[in-house]
Design a protein around this ligand. Structure first.
Ligand code: ZN
Ligand code: FE
Length: 240
């Protein structure tokens, strides 16, 4: 059985702790910082045995060195970004898989936010760690890639089962949703979701994780019909 714990850090980052009881293994996904992540693990009697990074940005790898110093954990991340993640022990790429206990995660290459960005998909467990590629009602900025790449990523995610739980690395939901409503003002699912999001944020609650089904209904980037439409929406969002 897998447990997932959300650790809010910095302004709006989420670090995810994934724990497997039988093996006692614990994975920290994209640790922006070390201390809150080590504390969250210790509070549960867990020791971090691995780190899985999705991309090289500081708010995803910043805790690598100190967590490794404290635990001796194995650090896995995109082989394509090994030059930018000095703490990497193991570079992985499309077709590779990584394990936590007996549970396997497929490595998916989803470039666009960064050139080597990867996601971790535990298909039998219906869990997907997407870093900064897919957000609740949004997608990552195209810092090192193209609209065509992001369109392909969105199509790929959209093809996964609706009940796949999506763990993204930021709480961007409310601003994403506001923009989405300008693009699709008549989308009933989107309007309903935004009412729930406003209420949750008003109570100071997180809105992540999300699901593939929810994103298929409300994410204007996943719902883009072609590359040009995604490109136009992404550019408009960047300028908003
Ligand atoms: Zn990033
Ligand atoms: Fe980030």
């Amino acid at each position: 059985m897998l447990e997932v714990v959300r650790i809010p850090v910095l302004n709006d980052n989420y670090v995810w702790l994934l724990h497997e009881g039988a093996s006692g293994e614990t994975v920290a996904v994209d640790p922006a910082l070390a201390d809150p992540v080590l504390e969250a693990a210790a509070a549960r009697g867990w020791t971090i045995s691995q780190i899985w990074n999705t991309h090289w940005h500081g708010d995803h790898v910043g805790g690598n060195a100190a967590i490794k110093a404290a635990t001796g954990c194995l650090i896995t991340g995109p082989a394509a970004e090994a030059g930018k993640i000095g703490t990497l022990d193991r570079g992985v790429q499309e077709g590779d898989s990584v394990r936590i206990g007996s549970h396997e995660a497929a490595v998916l290459e989803v470039p666009a936010h960064t050139a080597g960005h990867i996601a971790y998909h535990l298909a039998p467990d219906h869990l997907l760690f997407v870093g900064d590629t897919l957000f609740a009602m949004g997608c990552g900025r195209l810092f090192e890639g193209t609209p065509a790449q992001m369109f392909a990523n969105m199509q790929r995610f959209a093809a996964l089962p609706d009940d796949t739980i999506v763990f993204c690395a930021h709480e961007y939901t409310e601003t994403n949703g506001r923009f989405a409503l300008m693009v699709e003002p008549d989308n009933a699912a989107l309007r309903e979701r935004m009412a729930e999001v406003h209420a949750a944020r008003g109570r100071g609650e997180p809105t992540v994780p999300t699901t593939i089904g929810l994103e298929r209904a409300t994410n204007i980037f996943m719902r883009s019909r072609d590359v040009a439409e995604l490109a136009e929406r992404r550019a408009a969002k960047d300028a908003a």
